[in-house]
Each structure stands twice: as structure tokens, then as C-alpha cells.
Design a protein around this ligand. Structure first.
Ligand SMILES: NC(=O)c1ccc[n+]([C@@H]2O[C@H](COP(=O)([O-])OP(=O)(O)OC[C@H]3O[C@@H](n4cnc5c(N)ncnc54)[C@H](OP(=O)(O)O)[C@@H]3O)[C@@H](O)[C@H]2O)c1
Length: 368
């Protein structure tokens, strides 16, 4: 016990008893439940507050019948509070998978009041002063927070996690753009029903069916990766200069978004070389050995018909955090190629990426 506590102090710089207190807003939703489950026994963070809407007043352990994810015993006994600043006590970090309309007004209010909010919701993702982060892709964009403080005069901070489809896509485009320089990306998606929250798409609409539309999704997939792959300047992030065209589909899988890509590159697209580039990619979270960082952010499968949601969504050392890529092959000419990727939407596309961002901010001294 003493050895564990000393090791903790040496590695993390904090005694075991003093983990940062976090609040999970909308903790009973599809993403909220992922947070609470992933934060059980987390070395830096302890869930101290859970909030909701219809489940307010219930014990968290009995308010989350929509999934069977394991929940830590601390969180099980918490009472779900109403979602407002008064409920948050003195938490150090607020994880916010709020519904869009609520996030739009409440998140800036919380940041103004002094809370550090990291959000999975969409309204502030394209605000020029809000960093949109996938920790392996653009950790340096956290640098815009200095401007955010100056210009918005908030006592706290607001950081965003991208759209669930854009997160996995950006992770794969990053090493490709760094090495082959992307000119054009065409992506067609097959997105799981959990991406629509609970209860999501009516069963009679989705069973035995594919719906070639997800509201506002194509716009997000076409813009957010460009922002993440862009350059941080003095007071803004200039987007990367290539084009993305997206065609999205909702399919009857539970978790995991599959994305088929066609890319045009300035450098030759050589499948064996691309495989090595993707396999060897590591980001700052891997270098820092952050607790939620998978050893391989991108896993390449050479099996014929992979990746598949059912078989691959939990691949890797931190289940759900690795993107699995397969079917790397040439396109129409030597400077184009094709591949398929799979990314877990509520983990890499939401709670997992956001927890990893919080771990990175903690290590960079951005959390109190
Ligand atoms: N699902 C995904 O794959 C995914 C991925 C990335 C980002 N996101 C984003 O994450 C957010 C949550 O998505 P989700 O899939 O978790 O949705 P969800 O399963 O529908 O859950 C909705 C949650 O919001 C709470 N809620 C509803 N109205 C509220 C209000 N007025 N004030 C406070 N809380 C309220 C609900 O609490 P009660 O149960 O107590 O009513 C519930 O916890 C959305 O912004 C979504 O776009 C989702």
C-alpha cells in the first residue's frame, strides 16, 4: 500500500488521496455512461458529481439502465443532480456530453464562472478560441487557451472534442498528411446507432435498413479535421488546405463507425509504405504514457475483410481508443489510395478522447 502510494506520488506528483474531482454532465446518456465507466479507478480523476435531466434525484447506479457498463462503486452511490453551476461544487474538471441546445448556453456560462469544461457537444467546436482536440493529432492547439482567457475574460476554460466520425478520421489523416501531403479526401461512412444517443433511431427505421443521412454530420466531417490538422498562429488556428467530401450513412450496428476513404496525395501513395506510416504513428499521449493512451493509436489489420465493428471496436491496449485500419490499397493512379477505418464512436469519438485530453492538460499543468 505504502509502496503504491509512494509510486503514485513519484509518477504523478500527487498523493493517492488527492485525485482531481470531476463532474460528468448528462452522465446517464450513451456518452455519459462511458465516462463514468472509464473513470472508475482512474489514477488522476475521481467522479464527484453526476448530472442529468429526467433522472435527477435518483442514485446513479439505478439511473443508467440503458447500458451494462461497469460503474465504480463511488459513482454508483452518487445522486444525480440537476445540470447547473450550483451542482458542481468545487470540481476541477467538467466533462460535458450535454445535448447541443443545452451545451450552447451552459458551457460558456460555466467557463465564465471558472470551471474547466471539456465538451463533446458541437456548438463551440468551430469557435476560433476554443481548441478542438484529439490529443495525438493537435496537442499544441491547447496553446490557443491563452488567447481564450485574454479575449473572453473567462475565469475557466472551454476545450472541445470533435464529432465522433471526425475524431477517428483526423487520427488517420494526421500521419498521412504529415508524410504524403493530402490534396483531397473522399469519405463514405457507416455509422452505428449509438451515435444518435439513447434511444436514438427508431428500431422500425433502422432494422433491415440503411439511412443515407445523419443531420449536420457531413458538414462536421468536412470541416473539423481541417481545423485539427491546421496550424496554430498567434491568435487563431488556420485550417489545413485540402478538401474533404463526406457521404454519411446510419446502419444497424450498435457501436463503432466504419469509414471508407479515398485519398489523393502529393507524394506517391505506396500501400506498404502507408501501412508502415500508420502503424508507427505515435503522439504526445503515447510519449507521456498517459493512462488512457493506447500503445498503438492506429492498428493496421492485414486480414482480408477487416476492420469490422463487431470484431475490432475494442482492439488494442485501451479498448475503444485505437482506430483500426485495413484494406489499404491503391487508387486510380500512383498518387491516390483507398483504406477503411473503424473508430469507436462513444470512446475514441467522445468520452475516451476527452479523458485523454484532460490527462494531457493535467500533465501540462493546465488543470488546477
Ligand atoms: N453518442 C455518440 O456517439 C456521441 C459521440 C460524440 C459526441 N456526442 C455528443 O454528446 C452529447 C450527448 O450524446 P449522447 O449520445 O450521450 O446522448 P443521449 O444518450 O441521448 O443522452 C442524453 C443525456 O442528456 C441528459 N439531458 C437531456 N436533457 C438535458 C437537459 N436539458 N439538461 C441537462 N441534461 C440533459 C440526459 O439526462 P437524463 O437521462 O437524466 O434525462 C442524458 O444523460 C450530444 O451533444 C452528442 O452530440 C455523442
Amino acid at each position: 500500500m505504502l509502496i503504491t502510494a509512494l509510486a503514485h506520488l513519484l509518477i504523478l506528483g500527487r498523493p493517492t488521496g488527492s485525485k482531481l474531482k470531476v463532474a460528468v454532465l448528462a452522465a446517464t446518456g450513451m456518452v455519459g455512461q462511458r465516462y463514468v465507466s472509464m473513470l472508475s479507478n482512474h489514477p488522476f480523476f475521481r467522479v464527484a458529481v453526476v448530472t442529468g435531466q429526467n433522472s435527477v434525484g435518483r442514485k446513479y447506479g439505478s439511473a443508467t439502465a440503458t447500458s451494462n457498463l461497469p460503474i465504480g462503486k463511488d459513482a454508483k452511490g452518487l445522486t444525480v443532480k440537476a445540470t447547473n453551476a450550483d451542482a458542481l461544487d468545487d470540481v476541477d474538471v467538467v466533462f460535458s456530453p450535454l445535448p447541443t441546445d443545452v451545451a450552447k448556453t451552459l458551457e460558456p456560462e460555466l467557463a465564465r464562472a471558472g470551471f474547466t469544461v471539456i465538451t463533446d457537444a458541437s456548438p463551440h467546436r468551430m469557435d476560433r478560441l476554443v481548441p478542438l482536440i484529439v490529443p495525438e493529432v493537435n496537442p499544441s492547439h491547447l496553446g490557443i487557451l491563452e488567447q481564450q482567457r485574454k479575449v473572453k475574460k473567462w475565469k475557466g476554460l472551454l476545450v472541445a472534442t470533435p464529432n465522433c466520425t471526425a475524431a477517428g478520421l483526423a487520427l488517420v489523416l494526421k500521419p498521412l498528411h504529415d508524410t504524403l501531403k493530402l490534396k483531397k479526401v473522399i469519405v463514405s461512412t457507416l455509422q452505428a446507432v449509438s451515435g444518435a444517443g439513447y434511444p436514438g433511431v427508431p428500431s422500425l427505421d433502422i432494422i433491415d435498413n440503411v439511412i443515407p443521412f445523419v443531420k449536420d454530420e457531413e458538414e462536421k466531417v468536412e470541416t473539423e479535421p481541417l481545423r485539427m490538422l491546421g496550424e496554430l498562429g498567434k491568435d487563431r488556428i488556420s485550417p489545413a488546405k485540402f478538401d474533404i467530401s463526406a457521404m454519411v450513412h446510419r446502419v444497424a450496428t450498435t457501436d463503432g463507425h466504419l469509414e471508407s476513404l479515398y485519398v489523393e496525395t502529393e507524394e506517391p501513395f505506396v500501400p506498404d509504405k502507408v501501412e508502415k506510416i500508420l502503424k508507427s504513428f505515435r503522439g504526445e499521449p503515447q510519449k507521456l504514457k498517459l493512462p488512457t493512451a493506447p500503445a498503438e493509436p492506429i492498428i493496421v489489420s492485414n486480414l482480408e475483410a477487416r476492420p469490422q465493428p463487431k470484431l475490432d471496436r475494442y482492439a488494442g491496449t485501451v479498448p475503444g481508443m485505437s482506430v483500426v485500419v485495413g484494406r489499404i490499397r491503391k487508387g486510380l493512379d500512383s498518387r491516390s489510395g483507398r483504406l477503411t477505418l473503424l473508430s469507436h464512436n462513444t470512446i475514441r469519438g467522445a468520452a475516451g478522447s476527452t479523458i485523454l485530453t484532460a490527462e494531457l492538460m493535467y500533465r501540462k499543468g493546465l488543470l488546477s
